[in-house]
Each structure stands twice: as structure tokens, then as C-alpha cells.
Design a protein around this ligand. Structure first.
Ligand code: GAP
Length: 501
């Protein structure tokens, strides 16, 4: 029987086993900034590689880019970030804590959604096998009442956000009787806008013209290189440019570990299409990105789409792929149809025409853009938190296991000599060196074999290869599978092929 861990255990496990450390910990840490340890960096690299392979290697019309973090400051004026990359903030006067007004409302809605899920759970328990969930959701009185309230809040919330109505947002918080989680009071200040970009200075002259921003998204580096890549790569629309890189946001409500960080990494792809075809491509990328997630073997019910009610003024469609994190369904990836907004704005602000001559149509136009954008760290948290389980075994003992998808696991195999004598360590080292050029392999000879298996389970190693006395005679090893704990004998000559499969 396997139980998913609660969130505090996920954070503790990540630290204990060298996946994620708080940044600058010996100086008491730096809020919402994290370092990846020896195993974390492997998992993170594997996630990036999985994305790059799917997006760049598997699409002949998508190419990569690595643009600089520092960019000309006018880029952020053109993109709209200087004027509009804001969060609506509200303070509680009693606790002196600061919150995002929209997040307070979204959390309130999430709690109401939980109530619906509890009703559904009750129904399932009550009706057992004959439970018809769809019918229950459509007819149960309590569920319908909760849903009606949620829909009303959603509509009002979307209208207020679209109108940028800060007083209205405060009123909604008061009307919903939302209290500060720390002080428990409703003693709220007015809602104010707060820009999320970090500013710094370049060069030695201090005046306004030197103000640079740390990029809050990697996407703009792609837009400003559109012509460079299109011309030098002789790319034909439709084509995409993909990039993985750091982004920085001065998040005010930075919490939930690596879910919302001030320094994080994004994997973004901008796909340039003919105007008028963008909604078809939006649908295409929505499906393709969902398939990418599900190909990891994580159950489909852990994902859902959330179509945006509040569309940015430049977008004509947008959706989030949400994941069921330990704290509920939250955004994992965004897919946006951004029209020709970005290229047009950069044309206007730079004075350089960012257009494409379409030989088939014999005309020039500004391509429309579909964007797929996912945070590496958020993806890390999704797979890590889903994989971490506490299992009760048949003999009543428990084990902690990190059932990561094999392709993402930091180490693919561990080589373990049964004892530290009789030539077994030497043989195990031989096997380690046989596998090392192909995959990350760990060697471990310390402690009893059972404890070593547990250590590998806890870091997600899919295969343990045990070298015993028979190995020296029959040239074979025991391979133990992490998830089933089943063991089988495999010839060393076949071992590489076996693991590759
Ligand atoms: N270029 C579009 C863009 O940046 P976004 O929805 O603001 O869109 C895209 O961000 C993705 O980046 C999110 O779905 C999330 O995975 C990740 N992300 C955004 N802010 C983040 C933060 N503060 N910490 C970690 N990941 C973040």
C-alpha cells in the first residue's frame, strides 16, 4: 500500500537526500531562492533534456536558442513589462503580512472546490461500485450550490481583474470574508499594484538610461532574435524557437517551496505561424504538451486544463496545464496564443521590421505566435512530489520510495557488492565502469544490503545490481527493481542491453 507524502515531508526529503537546499542557508537563507544539490541537479538536467529532445530534437522545424539574461531596457518597455507586469498586493494590518489579492481569492475558490471533492468522495463511499460520478456532480444539491457560488465568484473576479479594478478586488475579499491566515482578521489595507521585475545598473554612470532588468521570462530573447534565427536558419513559417534559461521575478507571495521562486528556470517555445491559423496551432500545442506530460507515466487524473477567463490584452486564447500538487491543482505550464503583439511591438520600438516573406502566399506579414512555457523547477516539484511515497510492505515494515520515471531518475543504477571481501568489490567496480559511459551509476558497499536498497529507493534509483559470490562463477548479477522489489538474474554480458530496454 502506498501513501503520498504530505508537503512538509516532501521538502524535508528533498533536503535530506541532496535534491534541494535553501539558498545561503548558513546565513539563514534567502527567501524564495533555492540551490539544487548533487541529486537535484541530475533530476533537473534530465527534465531539461526530456523537454529539449521532445521540442527540438523531434521537430525539424523547431530550433534552439540561448539568449543573454541582460537585454536592452527598451525591450521591457515594448513587451509591456515595465508598465504592466504587476501583482495586486494587499497587507493585513494586524499580522503585517503581505499577500497577492488574486491569490487570496483563488485560494478561497480552491477551498470551495475541495468541498465539492469531499461531497464526491462521500458519494463514492456510499454508493460503491454503482457510483456514477458525472451524474452525482450534475444532480447533487450541495455540489450544485457550491458550484453556483464558485461560478459567481469566478465571473466577478474575472471582470475585476480585466478592468484592473483594485477597489473592487478589495471589496470582493471583504465580501467573501477572507481572513489573514496568520492573524485571522479582516483588517485589510487597500490593494496596490507592485512591479515584479528586478532592476540593476550597467556600467559606471548612474542615471536612468543604464537601468537594466533581470529578464522575467525567456520569451523576449526569442522575439528579438526572430529575424536572426529565421534568416540564418532559413526557417519557413510555421517554425519554432525554443529556449531554456533563468528568469527572475520579485514575487511577493513567494511560498510553497520551489513552486514560486524569485530566481527560477523556464523552458519556453515560441511557434511562429500564419495569421489566421493560430487557433488551430493553439489546439495542436495544447494536445501535444499534454501528451508530453502524460508520456512520463504519471496518471492522467493528475493533470487538467484550465482555460483563462482573464486574457491578456494581446492574447486570443490561453490555457494552463494544471498539476495536482500536494497543495491542490495549480499551474504547471502555460500555453498562449499571443497574436502578433510581441513582434509588432518590437518592430515599433526598435524601428526594425520584424516580418516574414511567405513564398507560398507571395506576401509579407508579421507572424502570429503560439507560446508554450513551463517552469523547470515547477516540473521538478510535480514529478518529485508525485513520486515520493511511503509504502507499507507485506511484512508490516515501511519503506520510503521515490518512484521517479526512469528517464528522469538521477541515477539509473546502483552497483552493490554483497560483502566487502572475496573479490566482490573489485567485480562490482568492473561493472560500475562498464555502465558509467552510458548512464549515471552509483557504487555503494557500506551497510547491510537491505539498508543499501532502501537508500537507493529513497533517491529513486530504478535498478540495484547486486554482485554476490555466484557472480564470480556464473558471470551474472541480481537486478532488483525499485518499484516491484522483484529480483532477477541477468548475465553481465547482457546487462547493458537489459538496462537500456
Ligand atoms: N512567457 C510566458 C510566461 O512567462 P508565465 O505563466 O508567467 O508565462 C510560465 O510563466 C511558467 O513559468 C509557469 O507556468 C510556471 O511553470 C513558471 N513560473 C512562473 N513564475 C514562476 C516562479 N515565480 N517560480 C517558479 N516557476 C515559475
Amino acid at each position: 500500500m502506498a501513501n503520498q507524502m504530505d508537503f512538509t515531508k516532501v521538502v524535508a526529503h528533498a533536503k535530506e537526500y541532496g535534491f534541494v537546499f535553501p539558498s545561503s542557508e548558513i546565513y539563514d537563507g534567502l527567501a524564495a531562492v533555492y540551490d539544487y544539490g548533487q541529486l537535484g541537479v541530475e533530476l533537473k538536467n534530465n527534465i531539461k533534456q526530456y523537454w529539449w529532445q521532445a521540442m527540438v530534437q523531434m521537430h525539424e522545424n523547431i530550433v534552439g536558442l540561448d539568449s543573454a539574461i541582460f537585454m536592452h531596457p527598451r525591450i521591457w518597455k515594448a513587451s509591456g513589462h515595465v508598465d504592466a507586469f504587476n501583482d495586486p498586493l494587499i497587507d493585513n494590518r494586524d499580522s503585517k503580512k503581505r499577500y497577492r489579492a488574486d491569490v487570496l481569492i483563488e485560494d478561497h475558490i480552491a477551498k470551495m472546490e475541495e468541498k465539492i471533492e469531499k461531497e464526491v468522495e462521500k458519494g463514492r463511499k456510499r454508493w460503491g461500485e454503482s457510483f456514477d460520478e458525472a451524474q452525482f456532480r450534475a444532480t447533487n444539491q450541495r455540489v450544485l450550490e457550491h458550484q453556483k457560488k464558485i461560478d459567481e465568484i469566478h465571473t466577478r473576479f474575472a471582470e475585476l481583474m480585466n478592468a484592473n479594478d483594485l477597489d473592487g478586488l478589495k471589496q470582493l475579499i471583504l465580501d467573501l470574508e477572507i481572513v489573514c491566515p496568520i492573524s485571522g482578521t479582516r483588517n485589510w489595507t487597500d490593494v496596490r499594484q507592485f512591479n515584479l521585475m528586478f532592476a540593476t545598473k550597467m556600467g559606471s554612470v548612474i542615471d536612468d538610461s543604464d537601468t537594466l532588468y533581470l529578464r522575467p521570462e525567456t520569451a523576449q530573447g526569442i522575439f528579438v532574435n526572430f529575424l536572426n534565427v529565421q534568416k540564418s536558419g532559413r526557417m519557413k513559417v510555421p517554425f519554432g524557437i525554443a529556449q531554456i534559461g533563468k528568469a527572475f521575478r520579485n514575487e511577493i507571495v513567494a511560498r510553497q517551496f520551489i513552486f514560486r521562486m524569485r530566481e527560477f528556470e523556464q523552458m519556453e517555445m515560441q511557434f511562429f505561424v500564419r495569421p489566421g491559423t493560430e487557433l488551430e496551432w493553439f489546439k495542436h500545442w495544447k494536445e501535444e504538451r499534454m501528451q508530453w506530460h502524460q508520456a512520463l507515466g504519471i496518471p492522467a487524473e493528475c493533470y487538467r486544463f484550465h482555460d483563462h477567463e482573464k486574457l491578456a490584452h494581446y492574447a486570443n486564447a490561453a490555457t494552463d496545464i494544471e498539476f495536482r500538487f500536494p497543495f491542490g491543482f495549480k499551474e504547471l505550464e502555460g500555453i498562449h496564443s499571443r497574436t502578433d503583439f510581441d513582434l509588432s511591438r518590437h518592430s515599433e520600438f526598435s524601428g526594425k521590421k520584424l516580418q516574414y516573406f511567405d513564398p507560398e502566399l507571395n506576401e509579407s506579414y508579421t507572424p502570429y505566435v503560439i507560446e508554450t512555457s513551463i517552469g523547470v523547477d515547477r516540473m521538478f516539484l510535480a514529478v518529485f512530489s508525485h513520486a515520493l511515497k511511503e509504502e507499507t510492505l507485506e511484512d508490516g515494515s515501511t519503506r520510503t520510495v521515490l518512484s521517479l520515471p526512469t528517464r528522469l531518475a538521477p541515477y539509473k543504477a546502483a552497483v552493490l557488492p554483497l560483502v566487502k571481501k572475496d573479490g566482490l568489490p573489485e567485480k562490482a567496480r568492473e561493472i560500475q565502469h562498464l555502465l558509467m559511459p552510458e548512464m549515471m551509476v552509483q557504487y555503494d558497499e557500506k551497510d547491510a544490503i537491505g539498508r543499501r536498497y532502501r537508500r537507493q529507493d529513497a533517491i529513486g534509483t530504478p535498478f540495484c545490481i547486486t554482485v554476490d559470490n555466484d557472480t564470480l562463477n556464473d558471470n551474472s548479477v541480481t537486478v532488483r527493481h525499485r518499484d516491484t522489489m522483484q529480483q532477477e538474474r541477468v548475465s553481465i554480458d547482457n546487462l547493458l542491453n537489459y538496462l537500456r530496454k
